[in-house]
Unconditional design. Sequence first.
Length: 153
Amino acid sequence: MENDERNKEAALRTNGTLNPRAERVTDALFVKGSFFDARDLVQVKYEMLRRVREEGMNVAEAAASFGFSRVAFYAIQRAWQCDGISGLLPRPRGPKHAHKLNDEVMEYVRAAQSEDATLRAPALVTLVRKRFGVEVHPRSIERALARQSKKGL
């Protein structure tokens, strides 16, 4: 049984659905039951929504007993209304693609480096700011150049 629990936790972690705050779930079904697992983030979110919608539980009470804030409850509810059960899956945060160091900026950076091989990231930051009006960190340029060299660009 203990091995099954470790396997399930590993699977939840791999899927990105391991609840990082499982200890905050105080709902009775999750505390005493073996079917309801506070580590399963999708199950916790779904049951919280169901409690409010089907059983009329107060939003603040439901959010607290399932380990969320009221603000998070409403965000989860919107995601579920828009996307169904898949809306309850965690989504990566942050930008989905380069928005400052886009293809045009990186082409300029590579061209500047090919003209002057001694240019390093701090100097490139200044050039990018002057040309595109974009503030970037030197380390961001270093990472972008490293990614491009891995791709063979």
